[in-house]
Write a protein that binds this ligand. Structure first.
Ligand SMILES: [Zn+2]
Ligand SMILES: [Zn+2]
Length: 244
């Protein structure tokens, strides 16, 4: 078995017949599901196997210390991104249903899978867990419109599972930004300048939590603001990463 994929199989095979195996698979409605997915649908999730060590941008070639061109030219304020899946079928649809239709059952297998993934990475690679999880903040008007901030919801579930505190109030988004799509890298960063306000001192070791990392520009700007406020070891945690 390819190293790095084993956590997915372990998650399923060890627990698929346990007492917790209740409810149907959100992918195929099979009754033999654990945390909302059957073994077959779990195996269909697009694992982000080879990626940039900083921003987790999917890469087409193998390697454990790959660096994308953006991060090579300008290393971000965060040292690692932990993003287990690519934002492709069926993960894209699962996240959309969770985020826009508030169908939380579609996030459940991804959040459970993320927990297993991050636990195995921290154990096997001797990485150190953060002291605090900080969800990527959402404008309050957007949160009212959507009904919840999915980054906060994910952070709270991960924090509870991994015993790490969560602070949603330490940083806030202070203004709207123009849509990032179609902008150059420089324009995206400029567009986001001053968008985050850190309201308190930040611990040294933190993880920014989001549902999807798209261009990585938001994570970069948020990480810089948190570094300026005292963080020295910053990670990015997300469920999925869009291909380049
Ligand atoms: Zn299934
Ligand atoms: Zn990168």
């Amino acid at each position: 078995m390819i190293k790095g994929l084993s956590w997915l199989s372990t998650l399923n095979l060890a627990k698929v017949n346990s007492d917790k195996t209740k409810g149907r698979c959100v992918g195929c409605l099979s009754s033999n599901a654990y945390n909302g997915l059957c073994v077959f649908c779990q195996a269909d999730l697009p694992v982000n196997q080879w990626h940039c060590r900083y921003c987790a941008l999917p890469m087409s070639h193998a390697g454990n210390e790959l660096v994308c061109s953006d991060c090579l030219i300008s290393p971000p304020a965060f040292a690692h991104s932990y993003i287990p899946w690519r934002y492709q079928y069926p993960v894209d649809g699962m996240i959309s249903r969770y985020k826009y239709n508030r169908q939380h059952k579609f996030a459940r297998p991804l959040i459970a899978g993320f927990t297993s993934y991050v636990e195995s990475v921290f154990r096997d690679q001797n990485h150190i867990k953060p002291h605090l999880l900080i969800p990527s903040p959402m404008l309050s008007s957007r949160r009212r419109e959507r009904g919840f901030n999915q980054a906060r919801d994910i952070a709270e579930q991960l924090g509870a599972a991994l015993d790490i505190p969560v602070s949603a109030g330490i940083v806030r988004r202070v203004r709207k930004v123009q849509a990032q799509r179609g902008l150059s890298r420089e324009a995206r960063l400029k567009n986001l300048h001053g968008v985050f306000e850190v309201c308190a001192k930040v611990p040294e070791r933190i993880a920014i939590v989001d549902d999807v990392v798209t261009t990585g520009a938001t994570a970069r700007v948020l990480a810089s603001a948190l570094r300026d406020a005292g963080a020295t070891e910053i990670q990015v945690w997300a469920l999925a990463r869009t291909p380049g």
